[in-house]
Design a protein around this ligand. Structure first.
Ligand code: AMP
Length: 463
């Protein structure tokens, strides 16, 4: 199973009934499409009831104008999904809509609940029925079964669930944003025309013309209702923001916890150039994931940069392909070499990460086939040696090429003339954050919270 990334959330709390509220969410979800391409959904509340539309596929495939026209309301939440627990099926698409004592609730989740299995068993023993195979339904069920007020039920729920979660929860008259106490996944608040917007990434605000206000703090529960914005804070734990958001996930035009993703990637490229200098003629990025780090590498090394690889914009990310054979074709479908630029040159090939090594091996071969004299691979993050349990659908450890191959073996496998990875210290420095506040588990194996046994993605399908 290839690596996949976390999901995307977008919520709007409007000052008044807005018949085009779903369209705002729709455009916001477009800006977050990179965070999940398997399914999309929008739920709205007009203060009486919750209505929703969701489906499998891209935002552009799931909604048409008619669907959106039917979804007027005072508030709305939307979701784009990559499955990290539970398969890609319509029943698992979000927002999940469940009943609770005061009506209905819509729940959208980004992250991974590590004790979902135990919690679900417990709930089932107490007669709660489940309709999906996602860990997100455990959150919805915990809140829905409570007899307490919605806010107290959410407090109770966050005491029980462990792991990574950024959540949007909507009742008929409240929109609530929650970020887990470690702050694994991002979540931020903006405003436009007197309305509040909450998004996984700040880049979505630019798309819908909203202004960034602030990040939701780790452990914070923010309630938007008739009385405006209210913040509650659960006691916070050690902050563990996922560093991979900066390496790969997030858009370069996003800012997470006041750190620019673009700046971090550029810095990572400059540090990489200093850590692994090389005598070469041309820096080439693997588009788009290596673009910014390659600029940094070129700026620091003074080796000119050229567009040696051209990306076909109409092919989805290669990791969508299910089988290894399709993946290998996928790279060639996606990237074409610019022969005249590459021929006879010593190339520095920059990408953000190597997961299983398939992509890089193929690109190196492609460049060599085009007459590249040398190909020196430079990676703007450290070797990925451990699986993620906090919202990335990682391969099992044995699929990660760096989990049991040393640098020389990986270099041989991908056919490069040399290979250099950014150090952990270099990556941390590039973020400008303290190492203590980052989750670096995929590079170090040091998990900030206790992890479950391996292979939990299809946990609930197997029962
Ligand atoms: P691989 O062929 O498995 O080594 O994949 C490496 C490529 O996947 C690189 O170009 C990365 O930018 C990209 N990548 C890194 N992390 C992820 C992820 N979590 N999900 C999908 N692709 C990723």
């Amino acid at each position: 199973m290839p690596l996949k990334e976390a999901c995307g959330l977008l919520g709007v709390f409007s000052s008044q009934y807005d018949e085009s509220i779903a369209k705002t969410v729709y455009y916001g979800l477009f800006a977050l499409q990179h965070r999940g391409q398997e399914s999309a959904g929008i739920a709205v509340s007009d203060q009486n009831s919750i209505r929703y539309h969701k489906g499998l596929g891209l935002v552009s495939e799931v909604f048409n104008e008619e669907d959106l026209d039917l979804l007027g309301g005072k508030m709305a939440i939307g979701h784009v999904r990559y499955s990290t627990t539970g398969s890609n099926s319509l029943s698992n698409a979000q927002p999940l809509v469940v009943k609770y004592h005061s009506g209905e609730l819509a729940v959208a989740h980004n992250g991974n609940i590590v004790n979902a299995y135990e919690l679900r068993n417990e709930l089932e023993q107490n007669g709660i029925m489940f309709h999906t195979t996602t860990d997100s339904e455990v959150v919805a069920a915990l809140i829905a079964k409570s007899r307490k007020s919605l806010i107290d039920a959410i407090f109770e729920c966050v005491e029980k669930v462990h792991g990574a979660y950024s959540l949007l929860i909507m009742s008929k008259d409240k929109l609530i944003a929650v970020r887990d106490s470690h702050g694994f996944r991002p979540l931020c608040i903006g405003s436009y025309n007197g309305s509040y917007v909450i998004a996984s990434e700040s880049a979505a605000f630019d798309t819908i013309g909203a202004t960034f206000i602030r990040d939701v703090e780790p452990g914070e529960i923010v309630v938007f209702d008739e009385d405006g914005l209210k913040s509650f804070k659960k006691k916070s734990s050690k902050k563990s923001l996922c560093v991979f958001e900066f390496v790969y996930f997030a858009r370069p035009d996003s800012t997470i916890d006041q750190v620019s993703v673009y700046q971090t990637r550029w810095e990572a490229g400059t540090i990489l150039a200093r850590e692994h200098p090389v005598d070469a003629d041309l820096v080439v990025a693997v588009p788009d994931s290596g673009n910014v780090a390659a600029i940094g590498f070129s700026d620091a090394s003074h080796i000119p940069m050229g567009m040696g690889l051209i990306k076909n914009r109409y092919i989805g990310r290669t990791f969508i392909q299910p089988s290894q054979r399709m993946r290998s074709l996928g790279v060639r479908l996606k990237l074409s070499p610019l022969r005249d630029l590459i021929k006879g040159k010593r190339i520095v090939l920059v990408d953000d990460s190597i997961v299983r090594g398939t992509t890089m091996g193929q690109i190196v071969r492609m460049l060599k086939d085009c007459g590249a004299r040398e190909v020196h691979v430079r990676i703007s993050s450290p070797p990925i040696t451990h699986s993620c349990y906090f919202g990335i659908d990682t391969s099992t450890r044995k699929e990660l090429i760096a989990s049991d191959n040393n640098l020389e073996m990986i270099k041989e496998f991908i056919g490069a003339d040399s290979l250099g990875y950014l150090s952990i210290e270099g990556l941390v420095k590039a973020t400008g954050l303290s190492k203590q506040n980052l989750c670096l588990a995929c590079f170090t194996g040091e998990y900030p919270i206790e992890i479950p046994r391996e292979g939990r993605k299809y946990l609930f399908e197997k029962r």
